[in-house]
Design a binder for this molecule. Structure first.
Ligand code: UDP
Length: 236
């Protein structure tokens, strides 16, 4: 089957790595997620991954700690997750290369567009740790940024719901799911799908986002082949 996308940037939330608990690493859940990533990669699509850090730490919910310090801890959490996802994928026989936005050469090389493109062209999955390297940003924004930087066709936002709804589907049984949506509507209606910075970056650079449920890790491969597995956000 033909591929709809040649290069994708996949965002996996940190929480997803923690399974039911949502914290730390849940091995079976990580095996399932990485198995889904491998399936998509086996189809021949180039993949970059950004992992969040919420299974360990989120700067904005760190109580009294000074925010920029709290965010540094959050960014380091994303590096731990990047290394763990890399290890899982390598165990499955997929070659990977981790890049970081904050230099730590003993851990992984610093991100450059050129090296990331080369890694993906060589058949490796590029994994980007450390967020943007700046406080007050999120890993959603990081994914949008890296996607634009490496000229990806689309950002895949793998979440815990099967798309974007007009209101919280867990609270309101009559919530309506969107098949498609514009970034302008996401911003105007303040839909809780991504932060405003990420939405604006995508809109300004014409980068579409597909939001879908990671509970079925096969969704990644399905989406790569153009199956309608969630909500597509783009600006017409
Ligand atoms: N973070 C940051 N700058 C970035 C990306 C992330 O400061 O560019 C910090 C921030 O504290 C954030 C934490 O890293 O709360 C974890 O990222 P995020 O909350 O996006 O993870 P997720 O909720 O997706 O697991």
């Amino acid at each position: 089957m033909a591929l709809k996308y040649q290069r994708i940037l996949l965002k996996i939330s940190g929480e997803a790595l923690g399974g039911e608990k949502g914290t730390g690493f849940d091995e079976p859940t990580m095996d399932a997620i990485c198995g889904g990533v491998k399936k998509a990669h086996d189809l021949g699509v180039q993949i970059g991954i950004v992992v969040g850090g919420g299974n360990f730490w989120r700067g904005r919910s760190s109580g009294k700690m000074e925010r920029t310090l709290a965010d540094k801890i959050g960014m380091l959490a994303t590096v731990m997750n990047a290394l763990a996802v890399s290890d899982k994928l390598e165990q499955l026989g997929v070659e990977t290369e981790v890049f970081t936005s904050i230099t730590m050469p003993q851990v992984a090389p610093a991100f450059t567009r050129k090296d990331a493109l080369k890694a993906m062209a060589d058949g490796k999955i590029a994994i980007f740790g450390g967020g943007t390297g700046n406080p007050f940003f999120s890993t959603d924004t990081t994914t949008a940024l890296r996607a634009v930087e490496v000229s990806a066709d689309i950002m895949f936002k793998a979440t815990m719901v099967d798309g974007v709804y007009d209101k919280d589907p867990h609270k309101y049984p009559d919530a309506k799911k969107y098949d498609t949506l514009t970034f302008t509507k996401v911003l105007e209606d303040r839909l809780a799908v991504m932060d405003g910075t990420a939405a604006t970056l995508c809109r300004d650079n014409k980068l579409p986002i597909l939001v879908f449920d990671l509970a079925d890790p096969d969704n990644i491969a399905k989406a790569v082949q153009g199956e309608n597995v969630g909500t597509l956000v783009y600006e017409g």
